[in-house]
Design a protein around this ligand. Structure first.
Ligand code: 1QQ
Length: 393
């Protein structure tokens, strides 16, 4: 009986096909996607996320990456709306063939792009998506960003500590943004729970630039406290116009105002905005000291929440990949299996991060469990062009 041997060409092409399904060669860097807002108005937050992710890439690769194998962050701009986020996800999933993605920046974008990750069975981590319902988008969607329901009410309590006479509250929110709608529900409920009087609720659009009507209605209601749920540019313009028309009371901003990158918009008038925080540079741990040290070297200031959450997102994927690899070598897994196993490992783990020790709930799968939360206030320098966060809680 004569046996036909496969030609060398056939064998080479067979190996090539097999290797294509694997995640590169064992020495190739493992690709992890970062899809955050690098353009559009949300880039004010996205810039801080890019910095945090880049620090994590260097930091963890210097420490051996994934059990000695480096990883590489593949940046794909998710822009500031849903279409750009979906496009970024599709590129990451199908073209860059990443094992996992952090981002997009907005809940509004995650509700649109997340289902693509669920269908592709690829794990994604929200690093700033805080609206109610993010982990419920599907099995592969988790987050390291504490939800508004846990974090936001603390800012109102901090305001009540600063001004013991707060009674009348005006709430404003962007009605075309999923995060803002979710956060305002939490704020409005907290106002009632704290026995304050909700005198009026005003709405706007994230694209608005003129807030005369809302500011007039707010001033007529004579509030002691104003609470704003919007994004960066709209929120900062609203603060500016409230102050220009002589509102003197305290302002609580939501997570949309959680970046000093809004300072060029409201300048000196940003002073005093209170925002709840899921991160504090003062948190004592080795990893936070390391992270804070590198960030400070580069940026000459303490790291903000969005950078710390982005660092944490990368860390969680790298540590989950390492733990998975020890159980079953990832170099032998094809991409589809690796994505699925990584998601399981991710949710099962506990992580010592700059945000504190975090883990994930089994139900809804992928919801963060985090003990720490804080409140900070923007303190402007006398010149009115720069400022920083001062932690009050
Ligand atoms: C969300 C947010 C944004 C304000 C982050 C930039 O918290 O969309 O959920």
């Amino acid at each position: 009986m004569s046996r036909r041997l496969a030609s060398p060409v056939t064998i080479v092409s067979l190996i090539a096909v097999l290797c294509g399904a694997l995640v590169g060669h064992a020495a190739d860097p493992i690709p992890i996607g970062v899809s955050v807002a690098q353009t559009g108005p949300v880039a004010l937050a996205g810039q801080e996320q890019v910095l945090g992710a880049q620090i994590a890439e260097e930091y963890f690769n210097k420490r051996g990456g994934v059990n000695g194998r480096p990883f590489k962050l593949i940046f794909q701009d998710a822009g500031s709306d849903e279409a750009t986020a979906i496009n970024a996800y599709q590129n990451q999933i199908n073209v860059a063939k990443v094992v996992a993605i952090i981002g997009p920046s907005l809940s509004q974008q995650m509700f649109a792009a997340g289902p693509f990750a669920v269908r592709a069975k690829l794990p994604v981590l929200g690093i700033s998506t805080t609206a109610k319902g993010i982990p419920q988008v599907g099995e592969f969607v988790s987050r390291v960003s504490a939800p508004v329901a846990i974090v936001a009410p603390n800012a109102i309590k901090a305001a009540m500590d600063i001004n013991k006479n707060i009674k009348r509250v005006v709430v404003l929110y962007a009605q075309n943004d999923a995060f803002s709608k979710s956060e305002t529900e939490t704020f409005q409920q907290a106002v009632k729970d704290l026995h304050l009087e909700l005198v009026t609720v005003q709405t706007f659009q994230t694209t608005d630039t003129d807030f005369t009507a809302q500011v007039t209605n707010t001033l007529n209601a004579k509030p002691d406290l104003v609470i704003i749920s919007g994004l960066q540019v709209d929120g900062a313009n609203l603060v500016k116009q409230l102050r220009e028309l002589a509102y003197k009371g305290l302002i609580v901003g939501g997570n949309g105002l959680n970046t000093t990158n809004i300072i060029p918009i409201c300048k000196a008038l940003c002073d005093g905005i209170l925002v709840a925080q899921a991160y504090s540079p003062e948190y004592k741990s080795k990893i936070n000291d390391d992270f804070k040290g590198i960030y400070k070297d580069r940026q000459k200031k303490d790291p903000p929440q969005f950078s710390a959450q982005a660092f944490t997102g990368v860390q969680v994927f790298v540590e989950a990949l390492g733990a998975l690899d020890k159980k079953s070598p990832i170099a032998k897994m094809d991409l589809a299996a690796l994505r699925v196993e990584l998601n399981k490992q991710l949710i099962a783990g506990t992580y010592d991060t700059p945000l504190g020790e975090i883990s994930f709930k089994a139900s809804p799968g992928g919801e963060i469990v985090q003990k720490q939360s804080y409140v900070a206030q923007i303190k402007m320098d006398p010149g009115g062009t720069s400022g920083k966060w001062v932690y009050v809680k």
